[in-house]
Design a protein around this ligand. Structure first.
Ligand code: GLU
Length: 493
């Protein structure tokens, strides 16, 4: 990457368009800006770019901000918190963009364009047929002053276009991509103000990045091709541009553009599936940045201390959901039992069958150590633990009869188990194991058969954490009831 000097005051921004849900790519951009600001003691600004009225999605601003809040990505200025350089919604700043456009017209850097959509379509069609590059043909740039005034006075609908220099180059030393140059003649006279009076992204972004004193524009690579426009706008307005850093693209493991089939699209969906915010952040930090050549799991403190644009690479980052699952599992295993119980609680209340909630917190705290190793996402909480909470089990789904055994033998074995359990005083895992091992031998059963049967009887599953640990947590009453119920079920089959 190109060496950049970090100015004394770092001010960066996340500028989402509320045209949909906050997907991972957007939030990764927010996170990198935030990390950069925090690392350099700067300010992180959120600015909502809501000038494309046709594409606004109701509720999108709140989802975007809720997503950031959930992740603990706090902003110093922006919606919900205010700040000295607001408003932070572009739709509330229209005056500023109109002023800038008028200034550009008066300086000869912009002009009104009255071309109808039909004419523009014809121009495009001709360019396509003649295999020329597609773009506005600068027709209205050549209008005489008198003709322009006449059209303005008729109230004809129009847009305002930027008069792009027709020669020379636009150049940037991008912090991540290095030196990039464009031929100005290849960039057409783009629109600054649309016929509805709203600015385009290009005008609004330059006006606001200047007025909000943004020092670094760290944004997705897809915006790199817009940079010559922005540089020329800065020059025409007489402002110094910010430093640019275009963050690498994010692709799926199949190297296709990230989409629903690679995982959830909204960051809030990850919350609802039960990913921990710190795990998702760890995962997102690695979408383009790395601490070194090997570290996968690192705390947010480490990331905050070590984040630097020098270690943001150019190649596309690969979004691999299996890596996120793995990282999330690591974070879950590291949690204190209390915190894990607390995190699981809303998922259990959401997903356990009716009647199981409210969940007893102390009971849950005893379940946690048994399942902590296995849980990858909190959204699996109910599925992983439902047998602890069920009033009755569905033996129709279970495989009570063990290989090599008959129903009758199983009934006898369950009776033997009940008798053995009746004289276990403590009902602690170790004592249960010792007593049941002995009982199994007395019954002439192999451990696989006897314990397999008991596991099915008390959980209706064939794979669970340690049978004796599970029995201890279930407690005498539930275990006895379940063994009796399993016996009854077998007798009825
Ligand atoms: N509003 C643009 C977006 O949604 C932001 C581009 C930029 O950061 O300049 O991606």
């Amino acid at each position: 990457m190109t060496q950049s000097t970090i100015p004394e005051i770092v001010r960066v921004r996340y500028a989402p368009s509320p045209t949909g849900l906050p997907h991972i790519g957007n939030v990764r951009t927010a996170m990198f800006n935030w990390l950069f600001a925090r690392r350099h003691g700067g300010k992180f600004v959120v600015r909502v770019e809501d000038t494309d009225q046709a594409r606004l999605v109701p509720g999108a601003v709140d989802s975007i901000l809720d997503g950031l809040e959930w992740l603990g990505i706090d902003w110093d200025e922006g919606p919900r918190v205010g700040g000295p350089l607001g408003p932070y919604l572009q739709s509330e700043r229209l005056e500023l963009y109109r002023d800038a456009a008028e200034k550009l017209i008066s300086r000869g850097n912009a002009y009104r364009c009255y071309c109808t959509p039909e004419r523009l379509a014809e121009v495009r069609e001709r360019q396509r047929q003649e295999k020329r590059s597609i773009g506005y043909d600068r027709h209205c740039r050549g209008l005489s002053g008198g003709e322009g005034e006449r059209l303005l006075n008729t109230g004809a609908p129009h847009v305002i276009r930027f008069a792009m220099p027709v020669s020379g180059t636009s150049e940037v030393d991008d912090i991540i991509r290095g030196h990039v140059e464009w031929q100005n003649e290849l960039v057409d006279d783009f629109v600054l103000i649309k016929s509805d009076g709203f600015p385009t992204y290009h005008l609004a972004v330059v006006v606001d990045d200047h007025l909000m004193n943004i020092s670094h524009v760290l944004r997705a690579e897809e915006w790199l091709s817009s940079t010559p426009r922005h540089l020329q706008l800065y020059a025409a307005l007489g402002h110094d541009p910010a430093q640019y850093g275009h963050l690498p693209m994010i692709l799926g493991p199949d190297r296709a553009k990230l989409s629903k089939r690679h995982g959830a699209t909204s960051v809030l969906e990850y919350r609802d599936m039960g990913y921990l915010p710190e795990a998702l952040e760890n995962f997102m930090a690695l979408l383009g940045w790395s601490l070194d050549d090997h570290s996968d799991v690192m705390t947010l403190d480490t990331i905050k201390q070590e984040f630097s644009l020098e270690r943001v690479g150019k190649p596309a980052a690969i979004f691999d959901i299996t890596r996120l699952d793995w990282i999330n599992g690591v974070y879950i295993r590291q949690l204190e039992s209390e915190r894990l119980a607390e995190e699981m609680m809303p998922f259990l209340e959401r997903d356990l069958p009716q009647g199981a909630a409210p969940v007893d917190r102390d009971y849950l705290l005893r379940i946690v150590p048994l399942i902590q190793e296995r849980l990858k996402v909190l959204g699996e909480s109910a599925a992983t633990t439902s047998y602890f909470f069920a009033e009755t089990l569905d033996y129709g789904e279970a495989k009570l009869i063990q290989r090599g055994m008959e129903a009758e033998g199983c009934v006898a074995a369950l009776e033997g188990a009940s008798e053995a359990l009746a004289d276990v005083e403590s009902f602690l895992a170790d004592d249960l194991e010792a007593r049941l091992r002995a009982a199994g031998e007395e019954l002439g059963l192999r451990p696989r058969e006897f314990f397999g049967l008991l596991r099915e009887a008390v959980t209706a599953r064939s794979a669970t954490p340690s049978l004796f640990g599970v029995m201890e947590v279930l407690g005498r009453e539930r275990v006895e009831k379940r063994i009796a119920a399993a016996k009854e079920y077998l007798e009825g089959t």
